[in-house]
Design a protein around this ligand. Structure first.
Ligand SMILES: Cc1ncc(C[n+]2csc(CCOP(=O)(O)OP(=O)(O)O)c2C)c(N)n1
Ligand SMILES: [Mg+2]
Length: 394
């Protein structure tokens, strides 16, 4: 049976069938004209007329670097999961499976660009030079992230779904107003990270509309990992997500989100479009959440194990490893040293977490505003008195 083409709403009375929706959303899993791919799941580098040039400079050394990035990020991500299971963190949000989508985009950003993450962007944080231990307080509930967002050019994590698209659109409008868009070497762009489920959120649409109305230099980077907790993609949209961009009047591209090279190339292109005044751009990085939504979730209640097995064949790290070994002749010593480095990073991550001090009760108030308001001061005093009434048991 030939699968129907993606549904195009030309007839006002027509409604897409379930088959139409599914074929549009899933039909390109294995490639096809609309999915940008530069490295196949089998580790073969393939040409792409439109985007290949944006990764033409990537040789063996750069690829080894992206491989190392992905292995290290996956390793501390797994350690985060384990620390939560051992009661050291309140929650952990795994990025397993999304390493290429994040390292590709993160490494495409120039130091001067700005990025707005959601809560799963540990790989982008890594690419921005943030030490993984700076993420721990968020998941232990002791701080909101301990990096300086201005210095790192990486905003704090946003848990409120889609909200960062408004922040990013506004920030990018500011870049435009301040004359930071153009042909100059110092031109800037903003990149905004969100999920497939977030595209159903009003904030995301408002962000798209504002960004388009002001030609703002923002790349909207949607990691379509197929699930929004237990809600599958086909409940969010009738058409593939990248096609939505058209309705807002800017380009949309679907890239293989498990292909670090393609994510890098498409992101480099999109960021340059934005810096030179052709923004905004939407990228749909087509990927898969290989673990649970968070450590509070049990995906076996809503999805079949064979789906995961199929995506394991498209593992983002494995295809780079195969390419490095088979096509570029990289020796086993390199892989062993990355493995060892990743174990050392995980050990440092763990010991940092175990040694984290528990903040005092006053901290709940002291970090809200630069200066305490009289109301907060009164609340703090009342709370500390109450807390002290428990004596040393508190
Ligand atoms: C405004 C808002 N509504 C609901 C939630 C609860 N919530 C947390 S994650 C999530 C699903 C998000 O899915 P998606 O955008 O696909 O991102 P993913 O978690 O898959 O990376 C929801 C509904 C929230 N955090 N904020
Ligand atoms: Mg999702």
């Amino acid at each position: 049976m030939s699968s129907p083409q993606s549904w195009v709403p030309t007839d006002p009375r027509s409604v897409p069938t379930r088959e139409h929706v599914l074929s549009g959303l899933k039909g390109l899993d294995e490639g096809g004209a609309e999915l940008v791919q530069l490295l196949t799941p089998e580790g073969v580098r393939v040409p792409d007329e439109r985007f290949g040039g944006w990764a033409a400079d990537v040789g063996v050394e750069e690829l080894k670097g992206y491989y190392r990035d992905m292995v290290l990020v996956r390793r501390f991500d797994r350690e985060g999961n384990a620390l939560q299971r051992q009661g050291q963190l309140g929650i952990w949000v795994p990025l397993l499976g999304q390493e290429a989508a994040q390292i590709g985009a993160g490494r495409a950003l120039a130091a001067r660009d700005m990025a707005f993450p959601s809560y799963r962007e540990h790989g982008v944080a890594w690419a921005r030079g943030i030490d993984p231990t700076d993420l721990l307080g968020i998941f232990r509930g002791t701080d909101h992230g301990s990096w300086d967002p201005i210095e790192a050019r990486f905003h704090l994590y946003t848990i409120v779904i889609g909200n960062q698209c408004l922040n990013a659109a506004g920030y990018a409008m500011g870049q435009k107003f301040e004359g930071k868009v153009g042909d100059g070497e110092d031109a800037e762009a903003t990149m905004c990270f969100f999920g497939d489920g977030a595209t159903s959120q009003g904030d995301v649409h408002e962000g798209f509309v504002w960004a388009a109305a002001y030609d703002a230099p923002v790349v909207f980077y949607c990691q379509n990992n197929q699930w929004a907790i237990s809600v599958p993609l086909e409940r969010q949209t009738r058409v593939p997500l990248y096609q939505r961009a058209r309705g807002y009047g800017f380009p949309g591209v679907r890239v293989d989100g498990n292909d670090v090279l393609a994510c890098l190339a498409v992101s480099r292109w999109a960021l340059e479009e934005c810096r030179t005044g052709n923004g905004p751009v939407l990228i749909e990085a087509y990927t898969y959440r290989m673990d649970a939504h968070t450590t509070s979730d049990d995906p076996s209640r809503y999805r079949l194990a064979d789906e995961l097995e199929l995506w394991k064949l498209k593992d983002p790290i494995e295809r780079v490893r195969v390419h490095l070994v088979r096509e570029l002749g990289v020796e086993p010593g390199f892989f062993e040293s990355v493995q060892q480095e990743s174990d050392e990073l995980a050990a440092r991550f763990r010991s940092f977490c175990l040694a984290m001090p528990t903040p005092g009760p006053e901290r709940m108030f002291s970090e809200v505003y630069a200066e305490l308001s009289p109301q907060l001061e009164a609340q703090q005093a009342a709370y500390l008195e109450y807390h002290a009434s428990f004596g040393s048991e508190a």
